[in-house]
Design a protein around this ligand. Sequence first.
Ligand code: NDP
Length: 240
Amino acid sequence: MKRTALVTGGTRGIGRSIATALKDDGHSVAVTYHGNEETAQRFVHETGIAAFKFDVSQFAACDVSLKQIERDVGPIDILVNNAGITRDVPLHKMTPAQWHEVISTDLTSCFNMCRLLIGGMRDRGFGRIVNISSINGQKGQFGQTNYAAAKAGMLGFTKALALESAARGITVNAVAPGYIETDMVASVAKEVLARIVSQIPVGHLGQGDDVARIVQFLVSERAGFITGSTITANGGQYLV
Ligand code: NDP
């Protein structure tokens, strides 16, 4: 069935793969981005998918923008909380700003987006929410106390909201990708990345499509019995 989907951080990387895959499935799709105008304009031109600019870490900005998006594309049935950032540094050197920026962009954004859209989903008796967590929220990672805390927090958030929403036809699931070839991973130092790849049993980085295919399934009508789960796509790097 054709639904309306919103993918945060959908103009590049994993979000772009998810947005285009959902469009290929026949859904009406919109994405959000934060500040990278050139990439966003190229995305819109290449995909024909509408892109909306706002900061997902700010509740008021989400509120204003979601009203606009729902006016433009219709009530959101499928929400993919994908936008995320890293600010890697060991805790003994981490500034409060580096902590708060990651927690608010990666975790508080899930509250903001879900809080604003869950009422409509409950009223309509259908919803699909997918939160893009991370392997490092499951296993921890040097230099990522902020990121690991946010991504682990998303898993607890997913389970609690799944319980609250199950009787209303809304499923809430998480995907925990391993290392996927995007700008985020390109920013990791070459020697660190080589060490990481050597720890991936399949022997290579993942692609955005590896994550998108999971999301395509989770948001489908057929996946209605799957809620509160975390599905990994990490090439065997961490087995839970
Ligand atoms: P990218 O850095 O390639 O893209 C991030 C996207 O999020 C961009 O569209 C960016 O917009 C948007 N974004 C960032 N901050 C905000 C904000 N405050 N408000 C709105 N949008 C924002 O990320 P990836 O594709 O690599 O990662 C996507 C998700 O997957 C993230 O949550 C990440 O933590 C997670 N993940 C990634 C892994 C990987 O190996 N790449 C592994 C595990 C998890 P703009 O372009 O305007 O900056």
